[in-house]
Design a protein around this ligand. Sequence first.
Ligand code: UN1
Length: 510
Amino acid sequence: MAHSLNLAEETKKILESLGVSSSRYNNGDLTVVSPINGEIIANVVQSSATQTKETIEKAVKAFQTWRKVPAPRRGEFVRLLGEELRKFKNELGRLVSLEVGKIISEGLGEVQEMIDICDFAVGLSRQLYGLTMGSERSNHRLQEQWHPIGTVGVITAFNFPVAVWSWNSALAFVCGDSIIWKPSEKSPLTALAVQSIIERVIKQFGEASTDLAQLIIGDYTIGDTLVNDPRVDVISATGSTAMGRIVGQNVAKRFGRSILELGGNNAAIVTPSADLELALRAIAFGAIGTAGQRCTTLRRLIVHTSIYDSLISSLKKVYSSIKIGNPLEDGVLVGPLIDEKSFNNMENALKAAKKIGGVVYGGGRYIDEALQNAFYVHPALVEMPSQIGPMIEETFAPILYVIKYDNFDEAIALQNNVPQGLSSAIFTTDMREADHFLSALGSDCGIANVNMGSSGAEIGGAFGGEKQTGGGRESGSDAWKAYMRRQTNAINYGYEMPLAQGVKFDIQAH
Ligand code: UN1
């Protein structure tokens, strides 16, 4: 029955329509399995360490010419990328679903996020502003400029297999940098598809080297090669805190720059004045959407005692009615976990929670006769006695831990009292509570939302978080600055040589 789906056939057709050469995915040694039914959908060719070194060499050369192209022209290049993505949105979105198991609407949403960041970057290409400052010296001007930095290594995770590449590369391109992409070994096909799109755009544009955007495929060993090479000026890595700890330290050792976007353990506080109907929808999408596999997934719910019972009972209704199954089918809201390891992690977290007094609702494997070789789960709701054990860890699965609070300060303390600091939310109609949450004394996260969930950020804002989330920012606002080098200029247009701070250093010139 699993065979009736024939995902391999469909994958092949999409890859062909996107112009990916079959030599890249037919006889390689990296087996790609669709999490939808466990079917092998491709065998991708991996890059060797030597090839990775050559790729870096070529990227450095490509940068040397790309930095000469005026920024608005580089914007035109990104505009063409956005156009090409618009043309292939359906194919690429579906491929995302086939390769990582997202429901169709989320697969398409991911490509839309790519298109959006391209639009953003096109505008940005005319707005790479530096500041001018008043100089303390007469007849002097003080200003800063932003210059291209070099080559950017982009390491991405399986859960946003294409969007994260675009947040980094659309910015890097307009900033004048070349890029090398190392996708997760669980999602090389969507990477090949995007690579084929960008290669077409490079050709069409005609003013950029074919090496401006390159792709390397393989496991962490080629990632290491990229991370440890001093020719790679910036490493932007998205993934687990464990991965980021290694990457961050290695990049720092060679004084490279890193942009880290790591684990999240995102909470929402639900206060007595909350609009519960609205909160319920937001919580459901945040906790269950993408099968709990977003770094912004809602993992902790901090609920005021007075509304606790009613919210829990509404949530249980949602949890028991949600449609789990083949993400390609209409109406399904929860697709599979990426693999067996993820499933085991979820099981272990639930076991650990039970051991310390957690009461679990849902959870466990969901079996669909037609999809037996895959790991579908019932999303789990876990009532916790206190914030301990697995509740302070990130488990990449749909587990929502719930805990009660009595006073507001206690809720804020619970929200902040985890090692991660990515996203957070509050549901309240009390403006004092809302603003307190957003103040310096409120949420300690990179993202703090009011009356909406922790996930599903727009590209216009800077995306990332504090503490073990790594501190990096990608995407909108002024995140572009991390892809450029800042140069401060002092210009003397007078005939004197005054020194700053009033220092005197009079020499006998004649
Ligand atoms: C991620 O899971 O790595 O805010 C990124 C969101 C998405 C991005 C998630 N825009 O949920």
